[in-house]
Write a protein that binds this ligand. Sequence first.
Ligand code: IPE
Ligand code: IPE
Ligand code: MG
Length: 260
Amino acid sequence: MTNDALKILRFFRKKGKGEMEVPPLEKRPRHIAFIMDGNGRWAQKRSLPRSAGHAAGTEALREIIRACDEFKIEVMSIYAFSTENWNRPQEEVNALMKLITKYFLSEIDELHEKGVRIKILGELDRFPGEQKLALQNAMERTKNNQGLKLNIALNYGGRAEIVRAVKSISQKCINGEMKIENIDYDAVSREMYTMGDPDVDLLIRTSGDMRLSNFLLWQTWYAEIIFNPIYWPDYNRQTLIKDLNEYAMRDRRFGRVKTK
Ligand code: IPE
Ligand code: IPE
Ligand code: MG
């Protein structure tokens, strides 16, 4: 058996309690993005209102944030509310807003204690005053933390983010602060909400739907993608470890020829 085959087998070796091993640090992604999808269908399957699915989804989120912190993932980006989600029934939008605020108010102390840095990706202006304040406080309070970087995409759209970057760069050129010939990939990355973060290495979308739905279009340019068929409320530490193992086996070529 070759060394490589042995390594792969080792990844899949189950621990005593039936738990899979987490791949070694150098085989883990630096930045994982999650499209937390399927809350509604999870609830529907149980004849519950969609809002119950969102509530169950926050339980999964709680577990996954803790797992990413434990596994020393540098950046975790989660899609919580898209620019398109405003088109849902008002009742569902309101329920989601309430849930998001409640979740952060109840979690912030513990996350801060763990050294988690919270950053909101998206425009907060459209949020009710009370919620906007809670989110701004969370960002302000945790901004110097050195642990897991948690990006929360709220009222976020990948296209809107790119348009915002184009406007900002154009303005800098007009002001004479920037030269057109100096616009390169790094300059554009610096205009994104994710400024300073590595690009997404692994994008996980739950629910079985296979699309990007306007999430991190710039940052996922070479991301590995896993479409996990389970609904988000059922996603847990174990399923994350399984996906991390799948990622560890991928051959990331970035346009070159085979590397292993
Ligand atoms: C994802 O679950 C959560 C948000 C969009 C906030 P959905 O609400 O999209 O659930 P499905 O896709 O309808 O099952
Ligand atoms: C994407 O899920 C947005 C979030 C998970 C917040 P959607 O359920 O809104 O995406 P579509 O409409 O199925 O593409
Ligand atoms: Mg959905």
